[in-house]
Design a protein around this ligand. Structure first.
Ligand SMILES: NC(=O)c1ccc[n+]([C@@H]2O[C@H](COP(=O)([O-])OP(=O)(O)OC[C@H]3O[C@@H](n4cnc5c(N)ncnc54)[C@H](OP(=O)(O)O)[C@@H]3O)[C@@H](O)[C@H]2O)c1
Length: 245
């Protein structure tokens, strides 16, 4: 299997960090990024701080962060083969209480962060005539839950599905694949230790683990004929729900 250079945003924690570990353990090079230097440095050290890893501290809604990740990848490893857009935030607030500043925070980090980091990476992938972008979306964008007031976060993630279809179409001719993985509820620091209480939203009646997502990200990165796909790794949340658990 070809050794790849994998750029991963939101890699100081949770899914992004698990994805970095998964690729490193299988021999790939990674460039990890997040906005909080101390957290990113800790992840960098935990991931082995070896020759196969580099880090870039930066706010993801600023295009300079994506540009810097590409620059570091080229200087250290010579290519940009995979981009995993995992940086993101989740909070809830009833729809009628959402103001413009609150909505903008989700659009800036979750949507614009993915949009412009992808722009930085695809500019290089076009030169290579090869590459794959894997967004971390959400299975909840087409499955409303009465008790979960996350309209602002939800629209920022829903737009990523549209972006996925479009970019797959615009860059298929350049041999660049663009896919989104739509997780269910995954055990990460995002849930402050409360994730298990949501097990019943999945047909499998358990929450997902970071490794469940990392394994699919790796598979999509190494596959050659999947593009424009929204791939649910959600324990069946998107398919239906049980009345009795
Ligand atoms: N966990 C779930 O149940 C679940 C379900 C569906 C989708 N997702 C998605 O999966 C992705 C990862 O979530 P997670 O559960 O792994 O959460 P997490 O453990 O809280 O990790 C979030 C990561 O995003 C980074 N980040 C947040 N805001 C940033 C910003 N403004 N600029 C740069 N980096 C920023 C954080 O870095 P620093 O704090 O170090 O800056 C951290 O590395 C998110 O996009 C989330 O929406 C998660």
């Amino acid at each position: 299997m070809k050794k790849q250079t994998v750029l991963i945003t939101g890699a100081s924690s949770g899914i992004g960090k698990g994805v970095a570990k998964y690729f490193l353990e299988r021999g790939d090079n990674v460039v990890i990024s997040s906005a909080t230097e101390a957290k990113l440095q800790k992840a960098f050290d935990e991931l082995g701080a070896g020759e196969n890893i580099a880090m870039v501290v930066g706010e993801i809604s600023s295009k300079t962060t994506g540009d810097q990740m590409v620059k570091v990848a080229l200087e250290k490893f010579g290519s940009v083969d995979v981009l995993v857009n995992s940086a993101g935030i989740f909070e809830t607030k009833p729809f009628l209480e959402v103001d413009e500043a609150y909505l903008d925070r989700f659009l800036d980090i979750n949507l614009k962060g993915t949009f412009f980091t992808t722009q930085s990476a695809i500019a290089q992938m076009v030169k290579q005539n090869e590459g794959v972008v894997i967004n971390i979306g959400s299975a909840l964008v087409n499955h409303g839950i009465t008790e979960m007031a996350h309209a602002a976060q939800l629209v920022s993630k829903a737009a990523i599905n549209g972006l996925t279809f479009h970019l797959a179409a615009e860059f298929g001719k350049n041999n660049i694949r663009v896919n989104t993985i739509a997780p269910g509820v995954i055990r990460t620091p995002m849930h402050d230790g409360n994730a298990d209480q949501n097990a019943s939203v999945h047909l499998l009646n358990r929450i997902g683990e970071v490794e469940d997502i990392a394994a699919m990200v790796f598979t999509v990165a190494k596959s050659q004929f999947t593009t424009g796909a929204i791939i649910h790794v959600d324990g069946g949340l998107g398919a239906g729900h049980a009345l009795n658990h």
